[in-house]
Design a protein around this ligand. Structure first.
Ligand code: DC
Length: 225
């Protein structure tokens, strides 16, 4: 890429710590952080408000042409690290287990991916960015200068999420958290369209048993900026 602009793609399964790590690296390198998962969550949030978060009506809507019109009418933006949906700050509303599941469902729909990938590619041409998600290195920013595949065992990821939910005052049984993580791994890795997988030219970082700072330093060393 020209004019000193560079892109860092970070992919990996749910709960691997992508957003925490990417945010810290963005700060360190003074570049923009783009959380693509938040964009799928925002769509999930809007869809859930419209037709509910499960059942026949949701299935019908996701497979219909109404969705295309609905998406045309949807505006997503980031302002100071918060995601805005149609002008409303939805940063905290989208961080719930229900919205995780909604995001996962919506992310399998071609019209949703098309819309969001378009926005994401645009964001990646204007300035240096670190973007995290599932298909950044394999699809959205295929020619990113740096690609990282950040992973950890399902048990470790469930444990981290379990603690996070507890701290937020929204506790969930560990077994449920682990089941959700495995379900989302399955959804993300087996969907037809741009499933989660490590790009051939990505460097894998397995953070099982590693502290946050150690992961950040490992990645910064790789990027060497
Ligand atoms: O990273 P996250 O948990 O906030 O992502 C929410 C869901 O969105 C996740 O189940 C997979 C999907 N997603 C995707 O399909 N592609 C991306 N680039 C980012 C997220």
């Amino acid at each position: 890429m020209n004019q000193g602009i560079y892109r860092i793609a970070v992919d990996g399964p749910s709960g691997a710590g992508k957003s925490t790590i990417a945010k810290a690296i963005a700060k360190e390198l003074n570049i923009e952080y783009i959380d693509t998962g938040a964009m799928y969550r925002a769509i999930g949030y809007k869809v859930a408000k419209h037709v509910g978060s499960d059942g026949e009506e949701l299935e019908r809507f996701l497979g219909s042409d109404d969705l295309v019109e609905f998406l045309k009418d949807t505006d997503i933006d980031f302002v100071k690290g918060h995601i805005f949906l149609d002008g409303e700050d939805v940063e905290s509303s989208i961080r719930t287990p229900e919205m995780s599941m909604m995001a996962s469902k919506c992310s399998a729909i071609p019209a949703v991916r098309e819309k969001l990938v378009d926005i994401q590619r645009n964001m990646g041409t204007r300035k240096s960015v670190i973007m995290d998600g599932r298909d950044i290195g394999t699809n959205v920013l295929k020619d990113a200068e740096y690609k990282i595949y950040l992973t950890a065992s399902p048990e470790e990821r469930a444990n981290r999420r379990f603690k996070e939910l507890q701290e937020k005052g929204d506790p969930q049984p560990y077994e449920e958290v682990l089941r959700d993580i495995k379900q989302r791994d399955h959804n993300d890795m087996t969907r037809k369209l741009n499933p989660l997988r490590k790009a051939d030219d990505a460097v894998e970082v397995d953070s099982t048993g590693m502290g946050k700072e150690e992961v950040i330093q490992t990645i910064l060393k790789m990027i060497n900026r």
